[in-house]
Ligand binder design. Sequence first.
Ligand code: AHR
Length: 511
Amino acid sequence: MKEAMHTAHLALTPSAVIGPINPRLYGSFLEHLGRAVYDGIHEPQHPTADADGFRTDVIELVKELGVTGVRYPGGNFVSGFQWEDSVGPREDRPRRLDLAWHSTETNQVGLHEFQAWLDAVGSELVLAVNLGTRGVAEALALLEYANHRAGTARAEQRIANGRTEPFGIRMWCLGNEMDGPWQVGHRTAEDYGTLAARTAQAMKMVDPDLELVVCGSSSSSMPTFGEWERVVLSHTYEDVEFISCHAYYENTGDLGAFLASGVDMDRFIESVVSTADHVKAVRSSDRTINISFDEWNVWYATRFENVDKITGVDNWPVAPRLLEDTYTVADAVVFGSLLISLLKHADRVTSASLAQLVNVIAPIMTEPGGPAWKQATFFPFAATSAHGRGVALAADVACETYRTERFGEVPLVDAVVTHDEAAGRYAVFAVNRATDGPTEFVLDLAALGTVAAGARLGVRVLADDDLDAANTLDHPDRVVLADLPYRREGDAVRVELPPVSWVEILVELPD
Ligand code: AHR
């Protein structure tokens, strides 16, 4: 039988500016969870370990991924975390129960070590404070310890612990997922909004230039979604810069709906923007609150709930294998489409964190004493971070739609364009959601005028006949980005997008 052939048309429109792309859009997240830290980034016995015990092979992969900032140390973990446990001489640091993941935390990696790792990676630290079991006083103590230059008890403690210069942390998260019943110390919107406002006000008395993130909903499917944002922002509007969004997607058997996950993310972002702007209007405020989408990914969370979850009063392992999802080509295509959704909202999503970074629902996997490798999701992230810079441009793709039970009519192709003027480059990122055949994608460069003829093109694709293909310890290079052929006809570039594919088209302008 002949394969179905779809068509999609996009006219590149340099004037269709959505907004500048904040480099913080390419952040990630690393939690004290499973083997993310211990036996992930930190493995002192590993042949590649540096003097601090960090795997340099992992550092190189994180650099290649192009991660601009890392949110730390949680996640659910932070809601029971006592930061004081993780500073000072390592031999004196206590081991503690981590209730979030039913594990033992050894505290052998803490703020100082993690900052050293980030310095090697070249990324910004985004620090979360515990508003689950703790409050204003402990957040202030941590801020003084981290950022105050000298001459106070906490600053001198930091200096005595080997760090003369302040950490200078700009961006702080006020707790994590405080709407979730699973969160240690979870609260109502009223309670959390009140606590977050008091914490934010006190932190800004120390430094008014801090950038603070208040917790939004853990997902758009929470029963309190929408109202949570409204109430929390009503308390905190004048004191924070961001509200968070979290979203995870998994293939529950309806591939068409899974491929449309970006539609859900679009709606989620637009709802939170509307709610934030509603609070702005009610308050007649001249501030605008933006979104920190500080957890997003594909995550087979139902597998965790049903299979991996640790229980037992005497069972508290150190660095167990948890949330070690293996990502398929289909997962990576959806993942790439989530990056497209973030870019489509670059005017209001000015920070984001891929959750997570190493071993735990991660683009980078490691084996103790063995290799580190790239999951399929590594490739769309690295390419988008490398080339999706400058400003985001709306991409009005003319294409067919298909019907899903969950999201109604969904466009077969979704795309965004970025323009990096300094690099002389346009980049088109597109996803082909068709499962029954390829889509002929026509990119019209007429708006570029005479320079279009001299532009150099590069087209790379993530696709495979086997949608379940994945990179593993035994087959670490099974999935890679491949060059995709294209044809030029005048101002048009024709590319045949394989079914279920993510594509990057680079248009490099002549000097
Ligand atoms: O990223 C894994 C977990 O997902 C985080 O700890 C939590 O914030 C979210 O529920």
